[in-house]
Design a protein around this ligand. Structure first.
Ligand SMILES: C[S@@+](CC[C@H](N)C(=O)[O-])C[C@H]1O[C@@H](n2cnc3c(N)ncnc32)[C@H](O)[C@@H]1O
Length: 276
């Protein structure tokens, strides 16, 4: 397939939830003096130009990062995320939006490892230009869910995996479940962050049910909808996080109401935060 281009959606409400959460998880991992791996099964290009024709088509970032970037009242828990956007743009106005590999790259040290999978030939090339491959950054033009197997368990056994497919085909919902189940078997104590859109279809709910059926030590479900359930298009998104940092729930309980207030459409949105 590979017709999906993330540039159309960069910086939208789903990216905000995903990347704000990712920065909190990475901050937690970075604080401990112990090396870790960051694995991104669907990496994207690393950095998105919001002035490009694709981003400008629907200007999705206006209902996302555009609502937050210049705010003076954002909670401290959002600072590491907002800092990434500042890093991406320097002293200039917001033109670029950082993707997950760009963000992860700022949290790794010389002892850490990045494994980035991107199958689209053009996006793969762009990613290798944004983040130069090095001794600890490995960029692979391979299927990310298959490639994940070869990374697990990492040495030492400390790692974060982001699974962020485009769900272009419904089979992907099933493939994600199978891949996560296999990954947890290989590396039970790893942290996994699975992203999924909320759209008016059964698949996101079925995937969530399947993910919850995997036996894990702990998990956290967070969803943010900017519009009523069942609204047209992608009205929200969720993250299912396996083995989240113990601090994450409290941090998200501060961030979610703020994001909802900022990005929610006329009070119709909602959020959910559930730990198991
Ligand atoms: C939602 S985007 C990723 C966004 C990125 N994780 C971020 O947060 O900035 C999904 C990406 O996966 C790529 N892709 C699609 N199928 C893939 C596969 N089987 N393996 C690896 N990458 C794939 C697409 O080309 C696209 O760039």
């Amino acid at each position: 397939m590979l017709s999906y281009r993330h540039n159309f959606h960069a910086g939208n409400h789903a990216d905000v939830l995903k990347h704000a959460t990712l920065t909190l998880i990475l901050s937690y991992f970075q604080k401990k003096q112990k090396s870790f791996w960051y694995i991104d099964t669907h990496a994207g290009v690393g950095k998105y130009d919001l002035t490009s024709d694709q981003a400008q088509k629907n200007k999705e970032f206006n209902q996302g990062i555009g609502m937050l970037y210049t705010s003076q009242d954002s909670p401290d828990e959002l600072t590491p995320y907002i800092n990434q956007i500042k890093l991406c743009n320097g002293p200039n106005e917001m033109r670029y939006y950082p993707g997950s590999p760009f963000i992860a790259n700022h949290f790794i040290g010389a002892q850490d490892q990045l494994r980035l999978f991107e199958l689209h030939p053009t996006d793969f090339k762009s990613l290798t230009e944004t983040l130069l491959p090095s001794k600890n950054i490995n960029i692979l033009k391979q299927d990310g869910l298959t490639g994940l197997k070869s990374c697990l368990p990492p040495q030492p056994r400390r790692g974060i995996t982001l699974i962020d497919p485009s769900y272009e085909v419904t089979q992907e919902y099933k493939d994600v479940f199978v891949a996560v189940k296999d990954a947890v078997k290989r590396f039970q104590t790893g942290t996994y962050m699975i992203w999924c859109p909320l759209i008016d279809r059964r698949e996101p709910e079925v995937l969530l049910g399947n993910l919850k059926s995997i036996e894990v030590n702990s998990s956290l479900y967070v969803s943010l909808s900017i519009d009523k359930k069942g609204s047209k298009g992608m009205y929200g998104s969720y993250l299912y996080i396996i083995n989240p940092p113990w601090t994450l729930r409290d941090q998200l309980s501060v961030i979610c109401p703020y994001l909802l207030e900022r990005m929610g459409i006329e009070g119709r949105g909602s959020f959910d935060l559930t730990a198991t």
